[in-house]
Design a protein. Sequence first.
Length: 426
Amino acid sequence: MSTTVLTEARLLDPATGLDTAGSLLIRDGLIADVVQSGPAGIPEGAEVLRLGGDCLAPGLVDLRAALGEPGAEHRETISSVAVAAAAGGITTLCALPDSEPALDDPALLQFVLRRGEATGSLSILPYGAATRGCQGKEMTEFGLLREAGAVAFTDGNHAIGDARTMRLALSYARTFGAFVVQHPAQPSLARGGAATEGELATRLGLPGVPAAAEAMQVAQDIALARLTRGHVHFAHVSTAEALELIRGAKAEGLRVTCDTAPPYFDLNETAVGDYRTYAKLNPPLRPESDRLAVVAALRDGTVDAIASDHQPRDADDKRLPFAQAEAGGAGLATLLGVTLARVHAGDLPLLRALALLCSNPADLLGLPCGRLAAGAPADLVLFALERAWKVEAGKLPGKAQNSPFDGRALEGRVLGTWKAGRRVFG
């Protein structure tokens, strides 16, 4: 029986509001005891780690990341994702299914689950493709995919634009106790766009995506959630108009949830600058008014979680004219640091920020992690709240280096990560 005591820590548990000096007792991969405001009794033979007062919180639960593998291993592999995730304090990650091939077959989901377990540092929970090949047409076998380990259903970065198909997806998912994750962009309006439609896109000569494309898809799917009594979850919400619709749906009592990603509360469309392709994302960066609306929604509970929205791209994907370059940004190693920037700016309390990264996504998925409690998995992150560092593309952990935050100075650095009680970083 292996026993570890992590002591002299600032314990932070967003699930209970705990913020105090204390210690954790870990036994056989689980939290055995949480000792507040005093030294823990040290069992005989236990390994003792003194943490110098740094912050100890539940490991991050990332609702949305692309793996690269299978099909695009030149961009990222499951092994390299695990390295980057551990460096970012992420211990559980939900993998998007729009890979090549798409995760529309039970055997492929099992492959991803096994490869995640083999890393020893990261639980990878695959989404099942909602439609064959994530093409938005023929429904997949939800029951078989759920049985094989699908945590929910989505077509990843492909919107399910057809209302009848989305209605079926919501109804089927409800039958199997799951939800549907939607990429909120009305496909015919968003197609071919490279930046948010407006003055900046016009000045740069870039094809624009109207911000209304997001709200239009959200409005349609809220109506379908009302019709089916199904649960729709909107990914990487980025506009004030869509957030107001989601706020209203929640007030109505509909089963509607959403997440956003760090670029949409830390950057605005000016980050595109002089055709900076690292800042070409999907959805595109928005005007400052939308960024402020996302921050307000994080604060008031409209947004349920913050996801990395990790989209690995290699140099050839980005070294193209802006309109032709691939959209997407690497986000694993920067997830905590960029979120903590909102804490340092006074926009979010620390425990609220951690709830969006840990307990809220765990609760959404029905997982036992994301909290500091006896019996919970000892999946943990240790970080120095004030430690400064700089994001440098080319020096990030993992394969993907296409960070929209390249050059950004941050405060809040991951010092250690534990998975099932075993230290996997730091």
